[in-house]
Design a binder for this molecule. Structure first.
Ligand SMILES: Cc1cc2nc3c(=O)[nH]c(=O)nc-3n(C[C@H](O)[C@H](O)[C@H](O)COP(=O)(O)O)c2cc1C
Length: 390
């Protein structure tokens, strides 16, 4: 297990936005510049004070003037941090990790002065090492600051994970050769994190602690489960043959009761046939109208009384594999459904495909490249009433 955790500060451990905005506005006002809102500042932070101040200026500013303004900003901000707080559960997380023998560091693009003030005031001795912005080394996403933290801690990249809330942090993890746990409570929306390549999303400090202890493989699987959403509009772009084969070989690994069912898979890319499948039932077959691939699952109900269970398990394996392959999918239920004329949807599918007698169809999967954005699911609450811990 990786037992060193390198944390970003702003938007990850601490909610600093109000104080950053107030301090920036104080300095901007001294130059007669307009104030920024907290919402604007959310987009400006993450790349260091220079980038943040230049963005807040909202107009041309010379490097000399920027240097001068930053000279005023750094000490002013360090001395005015009344509203900054650790996010919910962060102190408990750090205490728990420390008790379990984890080593921890803060690695931030923030200037040294405010970083030191904040870490001393709010984190005390919970973190072992703090590396802040310095002219001596390139800032994140370059790996140098992470390497400095590793040097001070006496650990290697194989011991470490990186935790942050922005695309800069995702890139920092990648450039440093370690997993990045991207937290969704910070200053970036989840879709920004996913687009920047995040493959581990954590939605709370409690989940972060759990996933750090379970390891990054389970964290990635959990993220795959969150990312999988039913997609109902697909790009006009074929699914590559090797991906179709990867899907089918994954399906063959699905469990079946007593291995009796022999679920069969028909991969259909002919648009006319997929169009006919879309008409097999009255409601909810819309995704098939744009899908470049339809996977029809059938099972022999005479051979296995668990044909519905067997088919359903294969379907979810296929949906997860599709997500892992960068594809999206939607389950189109056929069993128990009717078409517009009140004809049985399953029989319609059998007719369209000329299925042998006895083969039953629980569902068709519409698969392709997504043409609609769907928000990732969030961590479900373990306080959910459906969960009973006996
Ligand atoms: C048994 C079953 C039948 C479903 N039937 C359809 C369907 O016919 N058409 C459709 O668009 N979605 C169908 N879905 C997808 C659900 O609507 C979808 O999974 C649910 O709304 C949750 O959304 P999510 O998959 O994005 O998390 C079905 C899902 C299941 C498990």
């Amino acid at each position: 297990m990786r037992k060193t955790v390198l944390f970003d500060l702003d938007g990850t451990l601490l909610d600093t936005l109000q104080d950053i905005t107030s301090a920036t506005n104080e300095i901007l006002s001294r130059y007669g510049r307009a104030a920024c809102t907290v919402a604007e500042m959310r987009d400006f932070v993450g790349n260091g004070a220079r980038h943040q101040f230049r963005s807040s200026w909202k107009g041309d500013i010379s490097e000399e003037l920027l240097d001068e303004a930053l000279e005023l900003y750094r000490p002013y901000y360090a001395a005015h941090i009344p509203d900054t707080r650790p996010y919910d559960g962060i102190i408990e997380l750090l205490k728990g990790l420390k008790a379990d023998g984890f080593r921890m560091a803060v690695v931030t693009n923030k200037p040294v002065l405010p970083t030191t003030s904040l870490c001393n005031k709010l984190l005390g001795d919970l973190v072992d090492v703090v590396v802040a912005e310095s002219p001596e080394r390139p800032k994140k996403p370059a790996p140098d600051m992470v390497e400095e933290a590793m040097r001070q801690l006496g650990v290697t990249r194989d011991d470490c994970v990186y935790v942050g809330d922005s695309e800069v942090d995702v890139a920092t993890g990648r450039n440093s050769g370690m997993p990045c746990y991207a937290c969704t409570w910070g200053y970036r929306d989840t879709d920004v994190l996913l687009r920047s390549g995040a493959d581990i999303l954590v939605d709370s400090a409690e989940e972060l602690g759990r996933m750090l202890r379970c390891g990054e493989k389970s964290a990635r699987l959990m993220t795959l489960l969150k990312r999988r959403r039913s997609v109902r509009k697909f790009e006009d772009r074929p699914v590559e043959e090797e991906k179709i084969r990867a899907l089918l070989s994954a399906a063959l690994l699905a469990p079946t009761s007593r291995s009796l069912s022999e679920v069969e898979y028909r991969a259909i890319t002919d648009r006319t046939v997929i169009g006919f499948l879309a008409q097999c039932k009255e409601h909810g077959a819309g995704p098939l109208t744009t899908a470049p691939l339809a996977l029809v699952l059938t099972a022999d109900a005479d051979k296995a009384d668990t044909w519905i269970e067997d088919s359903s398990l294969a379907a979810i394996v296929l949906q997860l594999m599709a997500e892992e392959l960068g594809l999206a999918s939607c389950w189109i239920q056929m069993h128990l459904r009717k078409d517009e004329g009140d004809f049985d949807a399953e029989e319609n599918v059998a007719r369209v495909l000329g299925l042998p007698k006895g083969r039953r169809c629980v569902c068709v999967l519409a698969i392709g490249y997504r043409a609609e954005e769907k928000e990732a699911n969030r961590e479900p609450s373990l306080k959910d009433l459906r969960i009973h811990r006996l």
